[in-house]
Design a protein around this ligand. Structure first.
Ligand code: GUN
Length: 297
């Protein structure tokens, strides 16, 4: 079997285009652009790349981007004061504080300070709670993007066996919740799971979100499974090369011989995260402006 490649890059481009059309419509209705504020504390190189990319794509979608870059030694009170100012700014619909934060800052305290109605990352406990009881709130961008790819590929997920590998608050737990809401039978596997290959072999849907390069092998997979690879890991550089290759949590080449469909790394789940962030920001804008959220957003 040669698995179909699930093209997240193309899907994300279509989603951004749709968000762009609706962002223009929002501007016409509300008399202002939808706005996303991104806060970056410190100089983490990967975070700087993400933040630049978020700002660029926000503007390309016709929304306003507000970037706040603070030094690595910013005191907690100063960061809380900025979050509070953004909570009260009517031009700001979504607030994203880039993680990880420097060690001296309490991530949970900062996330809790963001207004749940502007928490477009979906990390606030109120939004995690809303997701777990089935109320509409904001759902973390990466798992929501994975669900969009799965729904596009498989349609109805009712009764399918899904195994999520990884139990983080940002991906694993919300992913499991979304699959459950879609009537899949869900198992969350993690580092202490006994016989992980045996558990994964039951799955019609595998979502790998552990951050271990090429951990999931072909022989772990049920023939015909759909595989969503959330991992982005850089291998050590080959001799003479400056940078190592990017790989996912799944051994892509061998898994492609067993799965029926699989997301590549790069070009699979990765591009979905920012596209969904823009989508969540526009949803926040409609809600904050007291306007109905358009169908299909
Ligand atoms: N760091 C890496 N990914 C993310 C994300 O989706 N949101 C935030 N806030 N920080 C991140």
């Amino acid at each position: 079997m040669t698995a179909q490649r699930i093209d997240g890059k193309a899907f994300a481009a279509r989603l951004r285009e749709r968000v762009g059309e609706l962002a223009a419509q929002f501007e016409g209705q509300a008399g202002r652009k939808a706005g996303l504020a991104v806060v970056l504390v410190g100089e983490d190189p990967a975070s700087q790349v993400y933040v630049r990319s978020k700002g660029k794509q926000t503007v390309e979608a016709g929304m306003a981007s507000f970037e706040h870059r603070l030094p690595a030694d910013t005191p907690g009170e100063d960061l809380l004061a900025l979050v509070n100012q953004l909570n009260n700014d009517p031009a700001v619909d979504g607030i994203l504080v880039q993680l990880p934060l420097p060690d001296h800052l309490d991530e949970q305290a900062i996330i809790s300070a963001i207004s749940p109605d502007k928490d477009v990352d979906g990390f606030h406990v109120i939004n995690a709670g809303r997701l777990s009881v089935g109320q509409s709130g904001f759902v973390p961008c990466t798992p929501l993007g994975c669900m969009m790819l799965l729904a596009d590929r498989l349609g109805d997920l009712s009764g399918l066996e899904a195994v999520v590998i990884g139990r983080s608050n940002i991906v694993g737990k919300p992913m499991a919740q979304l699959l459950l809401d879609a009537n899949a039978t869900v198992t969350i596997a993690h580092s202490r799971t006994k016989d992980l290959p045996g558990v994964v072999r039951r799955a019609d849907i595998v979502v790998a979100a552990v951050g271990r390069p090429e951990m999931v092998k072909a022989e772990w997979l049920k023939p015909g499974a759909t595989v969503i690879d959330v991992g982005i890991n850089r291998l050590p550089p080959a001799e003479g090369a400056e940078k190592g290759r990017l790989v996912g949590d799944v051994a892509f080449d061998e898994a492609s011989n067993v799965a029926s469909a699989i997301t590549p790394v790069p070009g699979g789940v990765g591009p979905m995260t920012i596209a969904v962030l823009l989508r969540n920001t526009l949803v926040a804008a409609y809600r904050n402006a007291g306007l109905a959220v358009p169908e299909g957003l």
